[in-house]
Design a protein around this ligand. Structure first.
Ligand SMILES: C[S@@+](CC[C@H](N)C(=O)[O-])C[C@H]1O[C@@H](n2cnc3c(N)ncnc32)[C@H](O)[C@@H]1O
Length: 252
């Protein structure tokens, strides 16, 4: 039987890789790297760095795969994601059948934690249901960007006995209008915090967390929004891609 490990590698710093992840990687024959395009070649480079640093032998093979292209800019976001996921399932099915022999152990390195805004487990679940290629699998947790954000700002994500929501830039206005006091926002391409009406709301923002390009800004929306937008635009233009996460905390 083939075996696949879905390994969270942390969100940025190679030293975020856990001891459990290192042990799993050292038992792996084939590592699958999904290339998301030139704009994110830093992320691919980091995966190579992690293997070189943490795998103590050279008996493993790396299979680099061009990830399915996605266009999620249109209004039919759900449909576009679903089509993209279908294409990814086919790619994975083919890969597992052709690149992982019976009895071999494969690993997919997922950014941050595989349980947070990552499609890998959904793909694996679909592959298991289709049953065209049989394999067992395990999941290794990783340090998510939101945990790095909290550590770098030296804050807690939850207030005493409180509730924190996790959402995307697209959903922020709906989630915020429900009255929740604390919201973590990921996958925001449009600075959705700008639309928050109460400008005394606190924002703890971080980009490229855990990497040499890390940027941190914190304060009220009134004092920080323009600064964040400027820093974000400059960094995005310079690097060609942007990863940022923030916590909004309602002014009480
Ligand atoms: C596809 S999601 C993956 C999240 C990942 N599974 C995790 O646990 O952090 C990508 C989003 O995660 C956030 N993110 C990931 N790494 C980050 C980093 N180093 N700094 C800031 N935000 C990051 C950004 O919001 C980015 O748009």
């Amino acid at each position: 039987m083939r075996h696949l490990a879905i390994v969270g590698i942390g969100a940025g710093d190679p030293s975020y890789v856990t001891v459990q992840a290192i042990e799993v990687l050292n038992r792996t024959d084939v590592l699958f790297f999904f290339d998301k395009g030139d704009d994110k070649e830093d992320l691919l480079a980091l995966r190579h760095q992690i293997c070189e640093r943490h795998i103590a032998h050279d008996r493993y093979r790396i299979v680099e795969v061009q990830d399915a292209a996605r266009d999620l800019s249109g209004p039919q976001y759900g449909e576009a994601v679903s089509e993209w996921q279908d294409e990814r399932v086919s790619i994975w099915e083919h890969l597992l059948a052709t690149e992982l022999a019976d009895g071999e152990r494969g690993a997919v390195l997922t950014w941050g934690d595989p349980a947070v805004y990552d499609g890998t487990l959904r793909i694996v679940d679909t592959l298991q249901r289709r049953g065209l290629v049989t394999f067992s699998y395990e999941v290794v947790p990783g340090i998510s960007a939101m945990q790095v954000l909290a550590a770098r700002h030296r804050i807690t994500l939850t207030q005493t006995g409180g509730t924190v929501a996790l959402t995307t830039g697209r959903q922020l206005s709906t989630v915020w209008s429900s009255g929740v006091t604390d919201v973590i926002v990921m996958l925001d391409t449009r600075c959705a915090f700008d639309a928050i009406e109460d400008k005394e709301t606190l924002i703890f923002w971080g980009a490229y967390l855990g990497t040499p390009d890390e940027c941190l800004i914190a304060g009220t929306i009134a004092t920080c929004a323009e600064h964040i937008k400027r820093v974000r635009a400059e960094a995005r233009a310079r690097k060609g891609w942007m990863f940022d996460t923030y916590l909004l905390r309602r002014h009480t």
